[in-house]
Ligand binder design. Structure first.
Ligand code: KIV
Length: 348
């Protein structure tokens, strides 16, 4: 997304002089329109009549009738958009609010990828929205999150921000962005916040990224950590699976979680971690542990909104609870539309 940092916005005072912004017309000055009822037929043979071109040649020209009336409105006025819901009184509005919820009540979060879902998810009362790189597998038709890049993340984050959600908005750092150099990472994080409108970013990884996270936090970029199953490493780990089943893996998770706490993460996502290990981790670390497929012992829960709504091509993971069947609702409505057009029932 190109930046326009040096250009004043269209309505800024420096653009308010109409003469400076008016596009200059090329060619001879336009003659004034004749007043109504005083038009003269041009009979000057030197004025060439426009030849009909191939596209318009045999198309009948609609004739204006003298007694023509504007068509009567038969359809109802479209309904107004529903009133915006007030923010829930206990919704986290900042990363500090979120961190303070640990031990008070479970934190709740969902993903969103566009303006419609942003508004619905936020109005449902979540503490934060994650614009996850899961957009790749849920909406963009990719098999993994690896093809998702900064262009995708900026476009979807900005769409979610445009709905003006009343809760915290976190954007995922896509695959590879943390691996080039710290300057590159800083630039990508900066773009997600400045161009996408994110309040915070999420980075997959533990000890390996902790030093960089500490530097980001020091520059004022709030970071949500992510341990356990890291979908961006799916090619390296050979598939999606549970983490923490053996002692070594459980210890590694603990070391990663502590490293993220020390780096200054305001919370940590724990994906597909053995329930008993996740419960213990949540007790051991200061930031809230937000689980996904990691059981009820975490400080909060996050799910992918399309999974929750039953709106998907691929079957959601088994730990997901599906609260609606949008696939069914949508396909029923679409089939009815197709049938009605084919049978000339619509338009009536
Ligand atoms: O991308 C995503 O949606 C995520 C959640 C699964 C936590 O990382």
């Amino acid at each position: 997304m190109p930046e326009k940092e040096n250009q004043p916005p269209a309505n800024s005072p420096s653009n308010s002089n109409p003469e400076s912004t008016k596009p200059k017309r090329r060619g001879p000055p336009r003659s004034k329109k004749p007043a109504a009822g005083k038009s003269k037929k041009v009979e000057d043979s030197s004025v060439k009549q426009k030849k009909p071109d191939a596209v318009t040649a045999d198309r009948p020209v609609p004739q204006k009738q003298d007694n023509a009336q504007p068509p009567k409105r038969t359809q109802k006025q479209p309904q107004r958009a529903p009133e915006r819901k007030k923010p829930h009184h206990d919704q986290a509005g900042s990363v500090r609010d979120l961190a303070k919820l640990k031990g008070v009540r479970p934190i709740v979060a969902l993903t969103a990828y566009d303006s419609v879902m942003s508004r619905l998810v936020c109005d449902a009362g979540v503490d934060f929205i994650l614009v996850g790189d899961s957009v790749g597998t849920t909406l963009l038709g990719h098999k993994t999150t690896i093809p998702v890049d900064m262009t995708d993340m900026l476009r979807h984050t900005a769409a979610v921000r445009r709905a003006e959600p009343n809760c915290l908005l976190v954007a995922d750092l896509p695959f590879g962005e943390a691996s080039f150099s710290f300057d590159h990472l800083l630039d990508s994080a900066r773009r997600l916040m400045q161009q996408g409108g994110a309040d915070a970013i999420k980075i997959e990884g533990g000890r390996d990224v902790a030093d960089d996270i500490e530097k980001l936090v020091a520059t004022g970029i709030p970071v949500l950590g992510h341990i356990g199953l890291l979908p961006q490493t799916v090619k390296a780990i050979g598939g999606y699976r549970k983490f923490g089943a053996d002692r070594q893996e459980a210890e590694d998770l603990y070391t990663d979680a502590i490293a993220l706490e020390e780096a200054g993460c305001f919370a940590v996502v724990g994906e597909m971690i053995e329930e008993s290990v996740a419960r213990e981790l949540a007790k051991q670390i200061l930031p809230p542990l937000i689980g996904i497929g990691s059981g009820a012992g975490c400080d909060g829960q996050i799910l992918v909104s399309t999974d929750v709504l039953g709106y998907h091509v691929n079957k959601p993971p088994s730990f997901v609870k599906t609260y609606a069947n949008l696939n069914h609702v949508i396909s029923k409505a679409l089939s009815q539309y197709v049938t009605e057009v084919k049978s000339k029932k619509f338009p009536a």
